[in-house]
Design a protein around this ligand. Sequence first.
Ligand SMILES: [Fe+2]
Length: 176
Amino acid sequence: MASFNTPHGASREPDAAVRTHLPESSEGFAESLLRLEDIHREKLAVCDQLEAIADSLPAEINRQRCLYAAKAIAQIVRQAHRFEETTVFPAISARFPGAPNLADTLRRLQFEHCEDEGFADELSDALHRLAAGDPRVHPETIGYMLRGFFTTVRRHIAFEREHLIGATRGLANSQS
Ligand SMILES: [Fe+2]
């Protein structure tokens, strides 16, 4: 049986218990993984926007792009995490209850979600101030925050693709 690895980083407890929405069929389970892949693509597109902003600093700041990214990260990150925690994670747990390391993997991913949401809020606020021309905002600091955030999110997605979606599909195939 395939095992699930544990990602790095995490220091904060999830904020609250979440209500689950389990898919009722194999098709529903497969669809939830496809939806997760769509979400990953949306998050990666936002990461690309954030990287473009970082590359534009300090001389070529596009304020519209900063405003769009400020709104997008706060919204997309939370929507993604709620879907994973209320649908994907419970569905995987229910379908593969004996998978080695699965509980640890899901717990650590949820910890990372908490960290990323806090980071996304800080970054969103900083981008709003950058777009508004706030003189107290230092481009070097924003650049550091941007690169830290999109690097972390890309790493999280790569881990979920390989060790969550990949491992789950491998288990499903071995059962069929
Ligand atoms: Fe995630």
